[in-house]
Design a binder for this molecule. Structure first.
Ligand code: HEC
Length: 181
């Protein structure tokens, strides 16, 4: 009887170990796809598996701006006189002028950014709602990918000339769009 109960204890222990081992085996798979034991020239580092789900903030519109636009336009949108990059803080004024809406999408820095239609819409909406927020007209309609795709079909031939026409149209409406520096 005593021997039998010992066997039972032993069986329980075996089951418990099997359970622990099976959990240990499956646990790493359920965890984030990282491993922390990769030798690199800088020492051992935590390295993401190639198939790890991305947690990089590049999905945010602001990150798109920082990565793809701020290098020329600067973080606050103030632009650069020496590089002749216009100040974007009054960008919403273009939305009040016929042709201005398309122009914002068609400038080379946007069309040639390598961003897809959805991302261009996102980053343009972000610029307008943050950096240039004070200048957007009431009842402003946000950009979407379809509008960007449409704008791509008619690229600007002469950016400066098109802009000059828009600046003139704005002046006729009593709006002052800053000259290109
Ligand atoms: C390589 C530098 C550069 C980059 C990168 C760049 N831009 Fe520009 N951007 C310019 C310059 C220069 C102008 C003035 C027009 C021209 O000559 O193309 C301009 C003009 C603009 C204008 C029109 C503003 C005005 O007042 O005429 C908008 C809108 C704009 N850029 C948005 C963006 C956005 C959004 C991005 C990022 C996706 C971006 N740009 C990336 C250099 C750049």
């Amino acid at each position: 009887m005593r021997k039998g109960s010992w066997r039972l204890d032993r069986l329980d222990t075996t089951v418990a170990f099997a359970l622990v081992y099976s959990l240990m085996g499956s646990a790493p798979m359920a965890q984030a796809q990282v491993h922390g034991n990769t030798a690199t020239t800088l020492g051992r580092q935590v390295v993401l598996h190639a198939n790890a789900p991305s947690i990089a903030p590049t999905h945010s519109a602001r990150a798109l701006y920082v990565l793809h636009c701020a290098g020329c336009h600067s973080l606050d949108g103030s632009g650069s006189t020496s590089a002749r990059v216009p100040d974007m803080r009054q960008l919403g004024l273009f939305l009040r002028v016929p042709g201005g809406r398309e122009f914002l999408l068609q400038v080379p820095g946007v069309m040639g950014s390598g961003l897809n239609d959805e991302q261009v819409a996102q980053v343009t909406n972000w610029v307008l709602s943050s950096i240039a927020n004070a200048s957007i007209p009431p009842h402003h309609r946000v950009f979407d990918a379809a509008e960007v795709s449409q704008a791509r079909r008619s690229p600007l031939v002469d950016v400066a000339a098109t802009r000059a026409v828009l600046v003139q149209r704005a002046q006729q409406l009593g709006l002052q769009i800053a000259q290109t520096p």
